[in-house]
Design a binder for this molecule. Structure first.
Ligand code: NAP
Length: 264
């Protein structure tokens, strides 16, 4: 899916929840985070109208390079007129095109899918996606994923949140859907875990030099996952994260090892 639309897969991108919901000088400072993402080749960005100023701030940091970015955003409303307003706002921020347009948290997904399909046929949307963060919604996500208009899903996945492994990831692989992984660091909690440097030595041949990189590589080494979108306010973290998006990938032994480290 993402491969056929021209993206290198698998890739590290960037989320914008909270981190890009800022104003004034803080908003201007986010440009250097986007700069770091571009320099590192991490040009997949995820946003939503639910994230306050984030679409607007992301759009501003993409000025002059929008065509080199892959933008994913979302519709988040049960109201048709509000949906139209959200589309118009996103098209202003992202210069008339959204590469992956997702139904946020499955809100009113049958109505939103119809609308997104019209935009896809018109050529202003690349791929239609569905997102949900909660395992309580995975049965409904599974039903919605069967719709032929859907080309991608966005779900949480990390060594401590593995609910998608039983049904959602196998179904996505069966249907050939693109899989975007949210919350790779459990909203930062997992990345901040103190893992001693000597514990990372066995992962050095895989290009892993830090614990956050081990977590991102754990995700992307699952062949059913295509894009991981850690959020950050730090250019240095952005560079570190992007470096985890390169081969060689972990095998089952390294994945089991990282999962054990995450539990300690
Ligand atoms: N329902 C949905 O559709 C939904 C729900 C949740 C999330 N999402 C998407 O998924 C994205 C990612 O999830 P998330 O923002 O909840 O959390 P996350 O990416 O798991 O964690 C973000 C946190 O990790 C820290 N971090 C990032 N890189 C780091 C590094 N190299 N070293 C140490 N700390 C690092 C950041 O702090 P620093 O600023 O200090 O780097 C930030 O506090 C969101 O931004 C959003 O785009 C979608």
């Amino acid at each position: 899916m993402f491969g056929s639309s021209g993206m290198r897969v698998p890739v590290v991108g960037m989320g914008t929840w909270q981190t890009y919901d800022v104003r004034g000088t803080e908003a201007e400072e986010r440009r250097v985070v986007t700069d770091a993402a571009f320099e590192a080749g991490a040009t997949f960005f995820d946003s939503s109208p639910m994230y306050g100023e984030a679409e607007h701030v992301l759009g501003a940091t993409l000025q002059g390079r929008r065509e080199r970015a892959f933008v994913a955003t979302k519709l988040w409303t049960a109201d048709d007129r509000e949906a139209e307003r959200q589309v118009a706002a996103a098209f202003r921020c992202f210069l008339g095109r959204v590469d992956v347009y997702q139904v946020h948290n499955l809100v009113a997904w049958p109505r939103r899918l119809a609308e997104l399909e019209r935009l896809r046929v018109a050529g202003t949307v690349g791929v239609i996606g569905l997102t949900h963060y909660s395992r309580d919604a995975f049965a409904e996500l599974r039903r919605a994923m069967a719709d032929r208009r859907v080309g991608a899903i966005q779900i949480p996945y990390n060594p401590l949140e593995r609910d998608v492994e039983s049904v959602i990831l196998p179904a996505a692989a069966d249907r050939g859907l693109g899989v975007i992984v949210m919350r790779p660091f459990g909203q930062g909690r997992l990345a901040r875990r103190r893992v001693p440097p000597e514990a990372l030595v066995p992962l050095a041949p895989f290009g892993v030099a830090s614990w956050p990189q081990a977590l991102l590589k754990w995700i992307l080494s699952d062949a059913r996952c295509h894009v991981v979108i850690p959020a950050t306010t730090s250019p240095a973290h952005m560079r570190m994260n992007a470096a985890a998006g390169r081969a060689p990938w972990f095998g089952p032994e390294e994945r089991a090892y990282v999962a054990r480290l995450a539990q300690t």
